[in-house]
Ligand binder design. Structure first.
Ligand SMILES: *Cc1c(COP(=O)(O)O)cnc(C)c1O
Length: 661
């Protein structure tokens, strides 16, 4: 596959561009569709005369109002010039870049119609688009995406990855507790497990099967009996009792735990709190080489089985927020299948808020999975065989989070939750009547038009759905289309890594430089230490100083910034003791200086390489090259001015763990 943008001029029309190159394209679209919207208003009931007279604009009050409006807008516009220049190839900081014109235009076009995707009544058009977006994403991920299939996937948008992860927890819990409710209500004939523990530990697929049998059985009952059974089961559901009462009524059952790698995003902590499970039920598993350690997962699961400790969900991260690494999704799905057979069922969720869209690189236009060799073509090392296996195994998981507002290049707030089998969603509906309808009563689209029944939010922007839908239509989610954008991020990351190696050589007498681990995707971290220094505290202080130059600083004119980068830390619990010592030694740092509680982590620079113009082929400029030149100048400046801080930061200072996306 050729990834040179110059051979794909279509990609040139994708973004407004660092210089606003496509201004006239965007302007034309905005004006054209604003006019179109006005025609729509006028043609609703053309017999209704204008309610605002044309002469109104001449009234002094009108003019005063307009003047005030303009003044405020000018002030806003001026203030916004201090915004972070996400669009610039000099921005290598957080998980954001320029916006795709298809999405931006579709969103702007839709805004004045103001559809509310809480329901079909408030959004007759965009609710359908949102359901279609779910299917588009499902196809990219390898889930069943034909709505005629009973087990078709279902996806919807959320305000972001945080809420999508929460939705995964909510669905997994509903699915886990429902069989217990069927048992408590003494539903006969449909094969409810004989004891609470077995019912609570069904594998998700088995629970969905049971739900289907219950719906079918219910449909056969006469109306009064049906209502009685519905009420009986509804009264026993966890969603009715609440956690405390539910577990009090089922004393054999323990509160389930959530397993996630130690690199998991902090939204998981928020999620377990919000669900009422409590932070104590989130077990963070160690990593090996920045990927979830399958041996540790195995050990934990074996332990849970022994202790009769139920597991709600195992999370695999597809592109960690801090390092871009990819967990072995295939291994986690294998573990789920093995333990389901031993009576410890749990769901597997892929947190692909960051890396989800990379799946487009692995997808053929016909929907098939591309081979490892095919994906590799054109890259230096991407993807590792393990990474390819992880993407291939998404199809076997139970649900996925993916953020259109990250690698989907769409405006905030746009996250997405996709579950592999739509039938599970019946357990999240608010109206019990509806829940217990036979599954076949409505077709897929009709069922999911009442989106508000299923989503954690209420009112929400239909404009976001329009943006995602149009983008996925213009750039289908396969390697030949949307994948080209993703390929550029990988190429940029590989170029960055190569350039970092040269930087390490050039700086050798003065600075030790290390890419601490081979990146799985498009985030590249850089560990630095002034030559001769052995103290982690000093190295961290040096890095903080560098970060001071690379971070956003609203007190200074924007143009003074040459580049933006972000910072994160390496912790022993994430890298492992061996890994941590390897990295520290390579930097000439003495691990024993880590004993101080403030220095249990090593600060490193973090670079997000998603800007499509990081390598400007048109002008032959590599902003990666310029960045390393800038870094060399800055480091030399610090070292020459002996600005090397020798004082260690105060003990126990809060580490600056990556908080932003
Ligand atoms: C960004 C991110 C999240 C949270 O997503 P928001 O859209 O910021 O709410 C969750 N998980 C991972 C892996 C992320 O990178």
């Amino acid at each position: 596959m050729s990834i040179d943008t110059e051979t794909h001029p279509a990609l040139d029309a994708c973004f407004l561009g660092p210089y606003g190159e496509n201004d006239s394209l965007l302007e034309k679209l905005v004006v054209e569709f604003l006019r179109d919207h006005v025609y729509w208003r006028r043609n609703f009931h053309p017999e209704d005369p204008p309610a605002i007279p044309t002469s109104a604009a001449h009234h002094p009050d009108y003019q005063a109002f307009e003047a005030r409006l303009r003044r405020e807008l000018h002030q806003l516009s001026a203030a916004l010039k201090k915004s972070v220049p996400f669009h610039s190839p000099r921005y290598l900081g957080h998980m954001v870049s320029d916006l795709l014109i298809p999405g931006l235009a579709a969103q702007m076009l839709t805004l004045p119609y103001n559809p509310n995707n809480v329901s079909e009544d408030a959004a007759p058009v965009t609710v359908d688009l949102e359901v279609q977006v779910g299917l588009q994403l499902a196809r990219m991920l390898g889930y069943p995406h034909d709505p005629a299939r009973q087990d078709c996937a279902f996806g919807h948008l959320t305000s972001g990855g945080t809420l999508a992860n929460y939705q995964a927890l909510r669905l997994a819990l509903a699915l886990k507790a429902f069989p217990v409710a069927l048992r408590a209500a003494k539903v006969p004939e449909i094969g409810v497990p004989d004891d609470d523990e077995s019912a609570f530990n069904l594998a998700p697929a088995a629970a969905i099967g049971l739900l289907g049998r219950w719906q079918a059985w219910l449909a056969l009952q006469a109306a009064p009996a049906r209502r009685r059974w519905q009420a009986a089961v509804a009264a026993e559901r966890l969603e009715q009792h609440g956690l405390a009462r539910f577990f009090a009524r089922h004393p054999q059952l323990r509160t389930p735990v959530v397993l996630a790698p130690v690199t998991a995003h902090y939204s998981w902590s928020k999620g377990v709190k919000l669900l009422g499970l409590g932070r104590g039920q989130l077990r963070l598993l160690p990593e090996r080489g920045m990927r979830l350690d399958l041996a540790a997962l195995e050990e934990t699961l074996a332990d849970c089985l022994r202790q009769r400790q139920p597991v709600l969900l195992a999370v695999a991260v597809l592109g960690t927020t801090e390092y871009g690494t990819v967990d072995p999704v295939d291994g986690v799905a294998d573990a789920r299948d093995r333990y389901a057979a031993r009576g410890l069922g749990f769901s597997v969720h892929v947190d692909g808020a960051w890396g989800g869209y990379l799946a487009s690189l692995f997808r053929q236009p016909d929907g098939g999975l591309r081979s490892l060799d095919a994906v590799r073509e054109g890259f230096r090392a991407f993807p590792a065989a393990e990474v390819h296996a992880a993407f291939g195994a998404i199809a076997r998981t139970d649900s996925v989070t993916v953020d259109p507002h990250k690698l989907g290049y769409l405006p905030y707030g746009s996250g997405a939750f996709v579950c592999r089998d739509n039938r599970a969603m019946a357990l999240l509906t608010e109206e019990a009547d509806y829940v217990f309808h036979a599954a076949s009563a409505d077709d897929y689209l009709t069922r999911f038009r009442s989106l508000g029944q299923f989503i954690p939010e209420g009112s929400k922007p239909g404009a976001s759905a329009a943006a995602a839908y149009v983008t996925h239509k213009v750039l289908p989610l396969d390697y030949a289309n949307f994948g080209r954008l993703q390929a550029q991020t990988i190429l940029a990351a590989e170029a960055f890594q190569m350039r970092a190696e040269r930087f390490a050589q050039d700086m050798q007498p003065r600075l030790r430089v290390l890419v601490p681990f081979a990146p799985d995707s498009n985030l590249v971290c850089l560990a630095l230490n002034p030559a001769g220094n052995t103290d982690i505290g000093v190295a961290n202080a040096f890095l903080r100083k560098l970060h001071g130059v690379l971070r956003c600083d609203p007190s200074q004119p924007l143009q003074l910034k040459e580049f933006f980068g972000s910072i994160t830390s390496l912790r022993q619990d994430a890298v492992g003791e061996d890994g941590m010592h390897r990295i520290l030694r390579a930097l000439g740092l003495d691990p024993s200086t880590a004993s101080d509680c403030a220095e249990d982590r090593l600060l490193i620079l973090r670079h997000t390489l998603m800007n499509p113009y990081v390598i400007d082929r048109h002008n032959g400029i590599s902003y990666i090259d310029l960045y390393f030149q800038f870094l060399a100048r800055t480091v030399d400046h610090f070292l020459a001015k002996a600005e090397m801080p020798c004082v260690r930061p105060s003990p126990c200072e809060e580490g600056s763990r990556e908080a932003l996306g």
